[in-house]
Ligand binder design. Sequence first.
Ligand code: PLP
Length: 400
Amino acid sequence: MNKQQVIETVDQYYMPVFARYNIVLSHGEGPYVYDHEGKKYLDFLAGIAVNLLGHAHPKLVSAIAQQAGKMIHSSNLYYTEVQATLVKQLAAVSGLDKVFIANSGAEANEGAIKLARKYAKTLNSDRVEIISAQHCFHGRTLATLTATAQPKYQEGLEPLPGGFKYVDYNDIGALKAAVSEKTCAILLEPIQGEGGINMPDGDYLKQVRQLCDEAGVLLILDEIQTGMGRTGTMFAYQQYGIVPDIVTIAKGLGGGVPIGAFIASEKIASAFHSGDHGSTFGGNPLVCAAANAVLTEIEQAGLLANTQQTGAYFLDALLQLKKKYPDIITDVRGKGLMLGAELTIPGRDIVNSCQEAGVIINCTAGNVLRFVPPLIIQPVHVDEMVAVLDKVLAKIKESA
Ligand SMILES: *Cc1c(COP(=O)(O)O)cnc(C)c1O
């Protein structure tokens, strides 16, 4: 098929839920992807914070190929060594005890909500309510889109499941006021991703942890976007001096294969008994082999340090752009390689212009440029991206 035929075929047969760009991607290598006609792009979106090791990383490719040649799927009726290796590693890096492996972020959150409610039931309490924050994103299943406090994800899907409540992010007073005898858990992203790279103020997360402890409420942190080294530590909560009762991860975990997980303390996890949760595909040997390869490479290649260093370099470059274009960029924020630039104008045209110039970036919340490149990038890639963005911004400034 030529480019136009691919686009027409997808548009004809795929349900029309995605606003896609007019690019047909073919393959990638490291932080670069190539389209159907061989055009090269620097990829600062990484499949929406997924391809931690970039594209076609030899170690990830060989781990997947080797496992595929042995066994792709086994079901959870049997034990496998690759799954043993993965859950042991995830417990170790999170500081928690027990893991459940799902297939996506939404499923990980769905499972975390189920576990929190089950745990409350074991205490014979009526705590069923989940409190989440405005502008959050937790997924597209019915429960997780209900936890996602944004009408655009909910409209037309009513009746929504009950037991969800929303407060403003970063407003500890509002959270305190919302917590009651009915509250089961508080569900938060440590840094809001889809909502626009919204950072927690000062000791907000510590105050939330304290509130949970005092009120007997569980803290579920959704680290689906922030986790797996994205912010420069394996989990963002490690930089805020707290540990959640349950953490959820997905996106970067498998380096691109569909895998999510929720991890809980022993005490909470003991609320689950045989038959309480399940998944046919969850934690199959193929995805576990991929996730093991990702974890090993993060360690061996020093990707946490690289994320901190290259992230700091990148943040500085964005701050310089803000200085240069104060009428366009009003704020630059983020941690590690999860950075955002808030604009006075919608971001979509900038994203399109950058793509034409061979750089893939993303815009979220309408006017926040979001940068979530692979964790393997170097300052030279930041320079390449920033040079393109600088040119695009200069053109906008000229025409304003
Ligand atoms: C992407 C994302 C999800 C949903 O993950 P899916 O794999 O698309 O279901 C949930 N929470 C956060 C914070 C995310 O970034």
